[in-house]
Design a protein around this ligand. Structure first.
Ligand code: NAG
Ligand code: NAG
Ligand code: NAG
Ligand code: NAG
Ligand code: NAG
Length: 368
């Protein structure tokens, strides 16, 4: 009698695992987005969505009015259908930036007009070049309760001018991200598309309680360093149900670099990544290579990558310090991916900055 019984137990255990996996596949960190007490449209602040008018001032005035309104629960800044050309602008607390269906916030290609900001303390200099760095197209620092959402409107970085400067070696300073939020909490980014970022697409740094969900991130595979989503020295971050196809890692968990990151000492922790689909000439899911503040308590599951260099890439570099611990990765499907898993302590083939174009020459003979 013992063998059948054992078999039954095994089957029961298998069924329990299936049920658990099924339940987990449905899990979500989406809560109801906050209800705002007021709404303003960028069109009411002298803006024009004609693709030619520069709306930097209109966005700045609209955000200032959201701040001034002090509406209960905050206010929504509505971006109607149309192409809203703009330079960089800052967000404020308790606001929702809502992009209607057919709304495009498009970055100006007039690169000298982009303001510079200080380097991040955990990097000590621009990520690419010494000195300051260009501010991100959409930026926020020290904020609370910020939502960027809509009906799949697009935030378009028009990054090709920046990629060309990088390729020619004529960049004066480190390129801007498309969205960067610094030292902020209670962030939701959802139901929007990011495309053609000059540099990394979405960069929460020194943030907590961040949900990035149902977002599309697109850039050509030959665009340099256009990482999809890079949580950096941030905690309680949940990234789920996203499609990401760019020129560098789709998702990379970071925490500053070298002596700056070590002395700043701010880890990335409690990160959940699930149901991500995409394609990258580098990694689908990466930790590093900037890990100097430490990375811990990471769960990544139900990942589906195709046509990529690496499925999973855990990487650091000589002298980088920090730690990487308690990382769980499960239910990964890879199709036409050159390396399933790579764990590297000395990151000589780490990415564009180190390797330039050569890495891409690996792509034509991708195999499982
Ligand atoms: C995204 O869209 C879904 C479906 O319409 C909706 O339930 C969700 O609340 C939206 N997210 C935000 C942050 O508005
Ligand atoms: C936007 O925020 C950054 C960082 O906090 C700040 O340096 C910059 O001056 C702000 N820009 C404007 C136009 O307020
Ligand atoms: C995802 O966003 C799209 C619009 O971008 C929306 O139509 C859809 O309902 C959203 N799905 C979920 C699960 O939120
Ligand atoms: C949102 O728009 C992007 C870019 O046009 C598209 O690839 C994606 O499928 C759209 N997502 C939804 C949920 O409609
Ligand atoms: C490991 O990380 C998971 C989240 O992925 C967390 O729930 C768990 O408590 C962590 N374990 C330890 C020992 O910190």
């Amino acid at each position: 009698m013992a063998p059948p019984c054992g078999l039954l137990l095994a089957l029961a255990a298998a069924a329990a695992v299936l049920v658990a996996a099924g339940a987990r596949a449905q899990e979500t960190c989406a809560g109801a987005p906050p209800r705002r007490g007021a709404r303003v449209s960028v069109a009411s602040f002298g803006g024009a969505g004609d693709g030619r008018t520069l709306n930097t001032g209109a966005f700045a005035r609209a955000v200032a009015s959201v701040e001034r309104l002090r509406a209960p629960g905050g206010a929504e800044l509505y971006v109607p259908p149309g192409v809203w050309l703009t330079g960089p602008f800052n967000l404020t607390s308790r606001m929702t930036l809502f992009l209607a269906r057919g709304a495009v916030i498009r970055a100006t290609q007039d690169t000298p007009s982009w303001p510079l900001i200080e380097p991040l303390p955990s990097y000590g200099r621009g990520r690419e070049l010494p000195g300051g760095r260009y501010i991100s197209l959409i930026h926020g620092s020290g904020l609370q309760d910020v939502v960027i959402t809509g009906e799949n409107g697009t935030i378009d970085g028009q990054g090709s001018v920046w990629w060309d400067m990088w390729k020619k070696g004529t960049l004066p300073y480190t390129r801007p991200h498309l969205l960067e939020l610094m030292s902020s909490s209670d962030i939701i980014v959802s139901n929007v598309t990011f495309q053609d970022s000059p540099f990394w697409n979405i960069h929460p740094v020194y943030c907590s309680n961040v949900v990035i969900r149902n977002v599309t991130v697109l850039a050509p595979h030959d665009s340099p360093n256009t990482d999809g989503i890079d949580p950096d020295s941030s905690s309680n971050v949940c990234i789920e149900d996203c499609y990401i196809s760019t020129g560098d890692d789709s998702i990379a968990i970071k925490s500053g670099w070298d002596e700056y990151g070590i002395s700043y000492g701010h880890p990335s922790s409690d990160i959940t990544v699930r149901r991500i689909t995409g394609s990258s000439p580098f990694a689908g899911f990466a930790v590093g290579s900037e890990t100097s503040g430490g990375v811990q308590n990471v769960l990544a599951e139900h990942l589906n990558f195709f046509g990529s260099g690496y499925g999973i890439h855990i990487k650091t570099n000589t002298g980088r310090g920090g730690f990487i611990r308690n990382v769980t990765i499960s239910d990964v499907t890879l199709d036409n991916v050159r390396y399933g898993l790579r764990i590297a302590g000395a990151e000589h083939q780490g990415g564009w900055a180190d390797q330039g174009h050569r890495q891409l020459s690996l792509l034509p003979d991708l195999s499982v």
